[in-house]
Design a protein around this ligand. Structure first.
Ligand code: MN
Length: 281
């Protein structure tokens, strides 16, 4: 199942011929009172809403006509793997424009970091760069959306905690500051074009990942080259903190990161998920 959010907070079921508006299912989420839950209510409810969602009929809205938002509205946290492809580690070590004298280490030593949830946008909202006197890079990544509360999960069981996948762009200002600052401005975390539920992607370690900027291929890689797999990242992350439904795990970017500037258009694609176009301003 492919589920998107679009236009003015509508929810859509995505099929080959377009989107069916399924916003009415939100009525089944219940109402929450302060303090609000730490999870995303729609992602948490997906297992029990699935039948109803999939039986939706009616007229399809053409994809080109909608503005796609992030498929997860309220992620509790955005966890990100910094250097999880060997060739990206090599390019980061070789290019001062990337490392800025910061210590760059492989993920086993560097650990993971958090991006602010306020950075999240969908592809239809675009990326608005700040600090344009500095290098602003694209990083295309497989994004994993957690479906169930997970704490100290072993890698052998980790995949049961995945709700689905989407494409993530970990937009980054290069410079000397902490990653969490440079990667967290508003719109610096693009998620989309939709959530593909885990049953449609039996092995997230077998997906091609690519991004073009203005029609030129910048990153073209494969998740079989991930240093830590999705299951290992969940095991590691959940050994530090509880993962909640709707938490997003960015699995790291492959080689080929590079700068974008206002006016550019990015086209990001991951096998079995789809593609998304993002305008940079
Ligand atoms: Mn990244």
């Amino acid at each position: 199942m492919k589920l998107c959010r679009f236009d003015d907070n509508r929810v859509g079921l995505v099929r080959d011929d377009g989107i069916r508006d399924v916003t009415s299912v939100l009525g089944a989420l219940g109402s929450f009172q302060y303090p609000l839950p730490k999870f995303d209510p729609l992602i948490e409810a997906l297992p029990r809403l699935r039948k109803q969602l999939e039986s939706t009929s009616g007229k399809a809205i053409p994809l080109e006509r909608v503005k796609l938002l992030s498929p997860v509205a309220n992620p509790g946290k955005i966890i990100a793997a910094p250097v999880n492809y060997t060739k990206h580690l090599q390019e980061a070590l070789a290019d001062k424009g990337i490392h800025h004298g910061n210590l760059v280490q492989e993920i086993h030593k560097a650990g993971m970091f958090l991006k602010a949830t306020s950075a999240v946008v969908g592809p239809g909202e675009g990326v608005k760069l700040i600090k344009t006197d500095r290098r602003n890079d694209h990083e295309v990544e497989l994004a994993v959306v957690i479906g169930k509360k997970a704490s100290s999960v072993k890698k052998e069981e980790a995949m049961q905690y995945v709700a689905g996948y989407c494409i993530g762009l970990d937009m980054t200002i290069r410079g000397p500051e902490e990653r969490s600052l440079r990667k967290s401005p508003d719109s610096y975390c693009v998620l989309g074009p939709w959530l593909v539920t885990a049953d449609e992607i039996p092995d997230p370690g077998q997906l091609s990942v690519r991004i073009e900027v203005n029609g030129s291929v910048r990153q073209d890689a494969h998740t079989s080259d991930l240093i830590l797999s999705v299951a290992q990242l969940i095991e590691w992350g959940s050994s530090f903190y509880t993962l909640h439904p709707g938490d997003v795990l960015l699995t790291g970017t492959p080689q080929g990161v590079g700068p974008v500037k206002p006016g550019d258009t990015m086209l990001a694609a991951i096998e079995r998920i789809g593609s998304m176009r993002i305008v940079v301003s």
